[in-house]
Design a protein around this ligand. Structure first.
Ligand code: HEM
Length: 186
């Protein structure tokens, strides 16, 4: 499917993705991989908790969020990282554009995850130790296409969607920056 809204979001968020890509770096050591897992968990677990009240079937018959939070906690345990408790904030009123912008980043991150899984495997991580979430996230499946169908449906203020996606990338960047201290404790 050629999705023009997706291309628009990709263009609008390219600088934010580049910045994150540079910040994450190649994770070519166990230490930097542990930091990656801490960062992605700090980004994703609160978001998944916040989105747990969304009734996905109200939005689309085929789409629901791919949840990786539990696998991330297992990966953190494997890597002797401390997975704190995530407190769920009360869900604010759902604005479709904001939701779609957030989901663009959360679901789109799966597109680069095959590369990340290969890097993790080179460090000895597997689908049963340390890289459980990447194994699942990089598995081919209909997830991204069903998100794109949702993105292409109905009238949307795409400026709002792009702003939300950019804010979500910035939240990811902040989560990685904050994750440093945790990853240093063995
Ligand atoms: C070093 C770390 C990363 C690398 C090397 C990387 C690499 C890539 C690559 C190669 C793609 C395009 C894949 C394709 O079109 O088939 C992609 C897409 C994407 N990535 Fe990343 N990524 C990284 C980290 C992240 C993170 C941490 C996030 C979000 C939290 C993220 C969000 C996205 C999104 C939203 C897209 C979809 C862009 C589109 O519409 O095509 N990436 N990434």
């Amino acid at each position: 499917m050629i999705s023009s809204r997706r291309m628009y979001l990709r263009d609008r968020t390219a600088p934010a993705h580049d910045a994150l890509d540079k910040l994450v770096g190649p994770f070519d050591s166990i230490e930097s991989y542990r930091w990656y897992v801490s960062g992605i968990a700090a980004f994703r677990r609160p978001l998944e908790a916040e989105l747990s009240s969304v009734v996905w079937s109200d939005l689309s018959p085929d789409y629901q969020l791919q949840r990786l939070g539990d696998l991330l906690v297992e990966d953190m345990n494997d890597l002797a990282l401390i997975a704190g408790t995530v407190t769920t904030s009360v869900a604010a009123e759902l604005v479709l554009e904001e939701l779609l912008g957030t989901l663009y980043v959360v679901e789109g991150s799966a597109l680069g995850s095959r590369i990340l899984y290969r890097r993790a495997q080179a460090l000895g991580m597997t689908d049963g130790h340390g890289a459980r979430h990447l194994a699942v996230q990089s598995r081919p499946g209909p997830q991204w296409q069903s998100y794109l169908s949702l993105l292409e449906t109905g009238t949307l203020d795409m400026e709002l969607v792009a702003l939300s996606a950019t804010r979500t990338f910035q939240a990811a960047e902040q989560a990685f920056r904050n994750a440093g201290a945790n990853a240093l404790t063995l």
